[in-house]
Design a protein around this ligand. Sequence first.
Ligand SMILES: [Zn+2]
Length: 811
Amino acid sequence: MTAAFAARMFALGMCGSLTVAAEHDYPVRPVPFTDVTVEGGLWASRMQTNRDVTVGYDFRKCEETGRIDNFEVAGGLKPGKFQGIFFNDSDVFKVIEGASYCLAGKPDPQLDQYLDVLIAKIAAAQEGDGYLYTARTINDPNYDFPGRAARWSELASSHELYNVGHLYEAAVAHWQATGKRNLLDVALKNADLICREFGPAGQRVDVPGHQEIEMGLVKLHRATGDAKYLRQAKFFIDMRGRSDLRKTYGEYCQDHVPVVRQSEAVGHAVRAGYLYAGMTDVAALTDDAAYRETLDRIWENIVSRKMYLTGGVGSSGHGEAFGGNYDMPNETAYNETCAAIAQAYFNHRMFLLHGDGKYIDVLERILYNGFLSGVALEGDRFFYPNPLACDGRQRFNQGVLGRSPWFGCSCCPVNVVRFVPSVAGYAYASRDRDVHVNLFIEGSGKLRVGETVITLRQHTNYPWDGRVRIEIAADREAEFTLRVRIPGWAEGRPIPSDLYRYEPADVSTGWTIAVNGQTMPRDSVAPRDGFASVTRRWRAGDIVELDLPTPVRAVIAHDDVVADRGRVAFERGPLVYCLEAVDNGGSVHDLVAATDPKWRAEHREGLLGDVTVLTGTAQRAERGPDGSVTFAPATITAVPYYAWAHRDLGEMAVWVARDPSLARVKAVPTIASRSRATASHVWHLDTAEAVNDQNAPRASNDHALPRLTWWDHRGTSEWVQLDLPSRIDVHQAEVYWFDDTGHGGCRVPASWRITYRDGDAWKPVEALDEYTIAKDRFNRVRWTPVEASALRIEVQLRESYSGGVLEWRVE
Ligand SMILES: [Zn+2]
């Protein structure tokens, strides 16, 4: 080792690392999904749909959108140009991963062969030294992408390393499922290149802008036993935030300070979740105490301050990012499906690291709610964001109201396809002579305790029913501790923090465990780390029965969550419920519910793929002829949140008003509300319909309301238009400008005016008032009445700024 190299190693904090890789690992070992069967109930049907529909559907979409052509073009197998977004290769890798998991569960020669043909195309696209990134290899002069100048020159946004991270995960899955090395060899050749290029020994010192490769490298390490891949994952993690060694990419990429000094979940929520999951792997495999402490801090921050009741995270659509502490609007909640998946990965790994059931509580909450909402029952429609309220108008899902067949950036549909089969792998785990039952799923798990092979067979109708019967089968008697998870919700704790609480707090925590028909004294099975334990000499045929009462529980949020103040949500078992307009007389935001609506639960076969529906009582706010608000009794119906948006789309709410003043009384239709709104340009996360939705803003920077913005057009002339319900006399408009000074790039416009359509021409009205541009109030302008069929607000945006409108009224 030269002195300079030694000094650099020291500077990078790499000395003495990873000589003991094989000696450390997670203390808790998961039972791999290949040793778990899922034989009935909700997950069996989801897994079947994933296998029968989503895999083929996703591959077809990848073909139709040029994602697979890109490999063929890059490999010289056909002429053509690069199509789509520069990191689209990753989508194909993710579907291969999901398809491989399906193959592992059930042989399918046709799928197997399809994968081999596809893998040959991928191999053809790989450059001689192992580099794989079709956008660059094709190098179409007319196609611009970040880092075009040179390989790895713009890792903040090029996603070159994110792309291949998914390649590694796919390759290991495919190798495990089929025993074939065709994709694994491609992955290893690429990973070897990365290991040569990036590192402390005089190589590049840089990190991926979008994490993912860390988890992929750890999987390669596990597959090959080669510690260099683990070392490389640790290098990428350790180099984050090292502004003394490299140009960093800021908080958005969790690259603002070194990871071990980070305490709060910030920035892009998927990047963050992948970082934390990868870091947990490395913490386990290198026994790194500083990593562990960091992960504990960050997990605490998420679960106490930043997690929606559904388990969703990343409240802000702008930057697809974590918001501030307690900043969790419902209607504009972003909660990307991929961010839910990333949190599931993180929480499962934290369980394996610490063995505490609280991580499975969070995982379960994500599985049944914030993740599951992301894919339609039919398996071919998807949510990108997963909001907790909807007004039935805003096209919140990347320009679509309801689930969408695909997206330009289609990370979520292809993440779903690989995640669904993995759920089986979270159900069981073991640690020495402890056997953990984490999730309650009809089917079985097979594992080894010492020399004995044990099969645990579960019979349950969970989540609809809290009774679980576990039958033990073993080839001989064996002494071990069966640890059955007692979910936090059954212990009166919705989430392992004070972010949400049940009201009343002690609602039915009377669960029981019986062994061979004998109910165990509660003291003897008092949960430790979230698990009730029974140690004995188990024999084949022994039966353990868990009974978790599932009354409907009312949830109240921490008072600092402004969006949930004065509101209540409802849960039954692990499921969060919501109200949808289609079940509730056409509207739900005008309802006021008590914490005890006297719910009746009824299981309905065939509805939304078999769900338990809740029916109760509430009050509905109505506006009388004199304008006063009165309340009338109403029957309300709630369905599981994950199943919403499968029928007529209308309003939806998870958090129902408890405080009568929060009931959104159905507004009397106005000229504006009966008009159709369009605009010269609409940012893909906003909608033109926001301008006439009759939601009164509280301020110009009101982020809780849907809005129209012309983002990311800056300094341009733009318009928003209302096609009036008929030709009518109009004489006044009021405009509430959006302005996010201190937050984003939208400001009140430099100037504006109203025009009206006269034949084919747009003419300015004869204004009687000044066109004002005040913030935090309506700006009113009157004009000499005209008869018009359409009106426009024409704006000149401020130089280098964009702008937007929250609400527009017309008289
Ligand atoms: Zn996504």
